[in-house]
Design a protein around this ligand. Structure first.
Ligand SMILES: [Zn+2]
Ligand SMILES: [Zn+2]
Length: 259
């Protein structure tokens, strides 16, 4: 399984994109960096897009991809929970035809084919098994475990706060891609906003090991890109990697990993 990190931060600039990964060139999770990171042919090669939740940084590229797919008479297959469908419908329609509604246009065969999924109900896309797992965020949200045809497993958390013991019960990844948004000094804010800091990640990884008996390799995404906070997060993550004796790598745009 080839995993390409297209967006690994929580904000956008010429060097950073919001959260977004691409698996084996055809399966994307979240839409924070699908347009600016990919050529048109790479965008059109995406056969399925899994979305974790409806916050704007995770859905923002969907309207522009809609136009590209529409121009090429192709379709995007999006899989997510109902609030994501409702948010897209709202964006497309508000206040009056904000943009072409690719959920319903063209009428005979809409450009976006949205499949509503339910947490903990697995499904298959091109031989890859997908398991949506409920996460702890400020709005309904699911992470996804992807199992490749060869049996390699990736879990992508999307945005989440603490308290993941229940979620860990359902997964057994070789690689955990998990959000860590801010440094520990922002603990209060992050608790309120349902995100993780390095200290909170450490608690969750200890909980994972207790439940599953091992620790997967970890790559973190969704962090603030500004210094000095970025340097602080990386320093705190390095310390946790030492404490837990497991690799924890802060993701950067353009990084590729093979499982
Ligand atoms: Zn969010
Ligand atoms: Zn986010």
């Amino acid at each position: 399984m080839n995993i390409r990190f297209l967006g690994t931060h929580n904000s956008e600039s010429k060097d950073t994109n919001p959260a977004c990964i691409l698996i084996d060139h055809f399966l994307a999770i979240d839409a924070g960096g699908l347009v600016s990171s990919l050529s048109f042919s790479e965008q059109l090669a995406i056969k399925a897009l899994l979305v974790t939740h409806h916050h704007f940084d995770h859905i923002k590229d969907i309207p522009m991809m809609g136009l590209t797919f529409h121009i090429h008479n192709s379709r995007i297959h999006i899989y997510s929970i109902k609030p994501v469908h409702d948010a897209l419908a709202y964006i497309f329609e508000y206040p009056e035809k904000f943009y072409t509604n690719f959920l319903t246009h063209p009428q005979e065969k809409p450009t976006i084919n949205f499949t509503e999924i339910k947490p903990l109900e697995p499904f298959i896309i091109k031989g890859y098994s997908i398991l949506p797992v409920p996460m702890k965020h400020s709005v309904p949200s699911v992470g996804y475990q992807i199992t490749s045809p060869s049996g390699k497993k990736l879990f992508y958390s999307g945005d989440t706060g603490k308290g993941l013991a229940e979620s860990w019960q359902h997964i057994s990844p070789d690689l955990l891609v998990v959000e860590v948004t801010a440094a520990d000094g922002f603990l209060k804010f992050e608790k309120e906003a349902s995100h993780l800091t390095p200290a909170l990640l450490k608690e969750e990884l200890i909980s994972f090991k207790k439940i599953k008996g091992y620790l997967p390799n970890v790559i973190t995404v969704h962090m603030f890109p500004q210094n000095p906070e970025k340097e602080l997060i990386i320093r705190e993550l390095n310390q946790i990697a030492v404490d837990l004796d497991t690799p924890i790598i802060p993701g950067i745009e353009g990084m590729q990993v093979t499982l």
